[in-house]
Design a protein around this ligand. Sequence first.
Ligand code: C2G
Length: 133
Amino acid sequence: MKRVITYGTFDLLHSGHINILRRAKEQGDYLIVAISTDEFNALKGKKAYYTFEQRKMILEAIRYVDLVIPENTWEQKIEDVQKYDVDVFVMGDDWEGKFDFLKDYCEVVYLPRTVGISTTKIKKDLKEVAGKK
Ligand code: C2G
């Protein structure tokens, strides 16, 4: 059983998120997703539209996802990799190189981001539509 982990906010779920989750699952047999808590998002300078509980429930409904855990800190990754016996760590390549320290503990894979979609773009586009009404 090859175990994979990935991290993120996953707010306003979109095709870019689904693409990374599908490709992360393809790296093994079991995918763990660590979702940023609302408090950790504040540390990341992000304010998610959906609460942690809502984002957790949505991610748990995705066929590629086997387990959802909270991401509370930047420093929990090594502990998570050991605690969940992870073989592969996956992130989008906007994080290329940032988590190479995990190479001492598991395989580290950065996958190309999906071009043209982001939660920020969704929020911006919706604001423009609302402004035109
Ligand atoms: N992503 C993607 N393509 C997009 C948008 C996002 O592949 N168009 C990927 C990101 O690269 C990331 C994942 O989807 O791997 C989740 O993205 P975010 O929710 O924006 O997560 P982020 O804020 O980058 O948090 O400790 C790591 C952080 O929690 C990562």
